[in-house]
Design a binder for this molecule. Structure first.
Ligand SMILES: Nc1nc2c(ncn2[C@@H]2O[C@H](COP(=O)(O)OP(=O)(O)OP(=O)(O)O)[C@@H](O)[C@H]2O)c(=O)[nH]1
Ligand SMILES: [Mg+2]
Length: 480
């Protein structure tokens, strides 16, 4: 049988994972088991959906900030690839670069991002094209994929961005930035110590600081004042830092992670009186930033497994009960409608007897007088009409509940899933045997058992990860 697009994509994902994290490779299979249960329930669409695609398998670290602050230089230094990203004294980057691990260095157009299952968003270029109000072709003007063999990139994706240039900021760049910020697990916001005055960093302050203050994940932002070496030559570095912190505070940012760095690869000679202090500060800050970036790689393994646990529990404790509840509502509605209809028919017959002053016997004789139609045919006819009415009532009740569902459930993804699962339960077969319908289609004790097994596996994986990452002696660095 031909593989679905999802199967191809997940196979690709496993290939990539095999190279760097075999535990997560097994986890993909568990996601697939969960998928199968959800497909049987009708909650997920087997042609288009998979729980595995709701997870960002590769954490994303974005590097954003004012132009010429040293973002690209920082990335080159971190990856130990001096020529990966272009750097220069004037604004050089006009595109976002999505940088992934690969065996050789290459640059690919935006469309390649769609084909790479590592990217946390299925069909990201399409999403971004919508944001940018542009065609996919034009997206190449904003986005490119870079493949780089640095080991530091294993298990994560870096995004280098064009600097904020207040004069010619395209609105689409700002919107893509916001989208990237939303998707990122860590955001490094770069400022230029040569220009610590609020005017020079206005856009960065507005779009990367004040806008994100109230986010629940605001601790993923690190604020970095870079090029401290240059400013130390002419100004008092303490004053520069104070001015920068003041500008940040004016936007409302008072607590956060603030760093002051310069890049040792390109730094200028420091004045003797501040040399040691500045170097030490930059080094420790740089180490902290790098450690945080490494940590993101470790965290993602736990996050992915946490997601598997969350989705499994959600299916068992939330989705299935909701489907069951919809089913009961439908059943009740059908039974009550039929009961009311029966009562109405009895009343009508009663009235008919009263009005026509007929008796049972008289009516019976009249019926017999209808002709020579055998009794069996009359009974069969009534049975078929009854059945038709029953199916019709089942259909109408299902439509009504489906409509109610559209307003009751606000989350689009859940709503679509519940509607699909509910439809699967209201087919002809279930309507015919509605009295006996108890559990949702695709749900049984065996399914329950399989979900429990997945949850048990989650614990095993966490244990395996702990064994891999924790190091009782605390000597060697963690490896993904
Ligand atoms: N002295 C010194 N120069 C730096 C430092 N970081 C970057 N530079 C230089 O500053 C210039 C700009 O650096 P880039 O890395 O291109 O800056 P960017 O933020 O990527 O710039 P855009 O992509 O254009 O926004 C380059 O000439 C770098 O060599 C630093 O810490 N100290
Ligand atoms: Mg750059």
């Amino acid at each position: 049988m031909a593989q679905t697009q999802i199967e191809v994509r997940l196979k690709d994902l496993k290939e990539h994972l095999k190279k760097e994290n075999n535990i997560l490779c097994e986890v993909v299979d568990k996601f697939r088991e969960l998928d199968k249960i959800a497909y049987k329930l009708g909650y997920l669409n087997p042609d288009k959906q998979s729980y595995a695609l709701r997870v960002s398998w590769w954490p994303m670290i974005s590097v954003l900030g004012t132009y010429s602050a040293g973002k690209s230089t920082f990335i080159n230094h971190y990856l130990n690839q001096p020529n990966l990203q272009r750097t220069g004294t004037h604004a050089v980057d006009d595109k976002f670069s999505v940088i992934c691990f690969g065996n050789n260095t290459s640059t690919l157009p935006a469309i390649a991002i769609d084909a790479d299952p590592r990217f946390p968003f299925y069909q990201i270029s399409k999403d971004l094209a919508d944001i940018a109000d542009d065609t996919e072709q034009r997206l190449d003007a904003y986005l490119q994929l870079k493949i780089c063999p640095s080991e530091k990139l294993q298990g994560k994706i870096l995004i280098d961005s064009p600097g904020f240039d207040a004069d010619n900021q395209r609105s689409s760049t700002l919107r893509i930035t916001q989208h990237i910020v939303d998707l990122s697990d860590l955001v490094l916001v770069f400022f230029d110590a040569r220009h610590p005055e609020p005017g020079a960093m206005r856009d960065t302050l507005e779009h990367l600081v004040s806008k994100n203050l109230d986010r629940p994940d605001s601790n993923k932002f690190l604020y970095i004042l870079n090029q401290m070496d240059i400013t130390a030559q002419e100004d008092n570095p303490e004053e520069v830092v104070a001015a920068w912190l003041r500008a940040l505070a004016q936007t409302g940012l008072v607590t956060g992670r603030f760093y002051r760095t310069f890049n040792p690869d390109v730094s200028v000679e420091l004045p003797e009186n501040v040399k040691e202090r500045l170097e030490k500060k930059s080094q420790t800050d740089m180490q902290d930033i790098h450690a945080r970036m490494e940590q993101i790689g470790v965290e993602r393994s736990y996050r992915v497994i946490g997601m598997l646990e969350h989705l499994t529990k959600d299916l068992e404790q939330n989705i299935v009960p909701q489907i069951r509840c919809l089913l009961q509502r439908w059943k009740k509605r059908v039974i009550w409608t039929e009961f009311s209809l029966d009562v109405a028919v009895i009343i009508l017959i009663g009235l008919w007897f009263a009005i026509t002053d007929n008796t049972w016997n008289g009516t019976w004789q009249q019926l017999m007088g209808l002709g020579n139609v055998p009794l069996g045919i009359i009974a069969g006819f009534i049975f078929i009409i009854g059945l038709w009415v029953h199916l019709k009532i089942g259909d109408m009740a299902a439509n009504k509940i489906q409509k109610q569902l559209q307003t009751e459930v606000t989350d689009e993804q859940t709503r679509d899933g519940l509607t699909r699962a509910f439809n699967k339960n209201t087919g002809t077969w279930n309507t015919l045997f509605i009295w006996f319908v108890d559990q949702p289609v695709g749900w049984s004790n065996k399914t329950q058992q399989r979900l429990n097994e997945i949850l048990n596996n989650v614990n095993d994986y966490v244990q395996k990860l702990n064994n891999r990452f924790t190091n009782p002696s605390g000597t060697s660095s963690s490896k993904k």
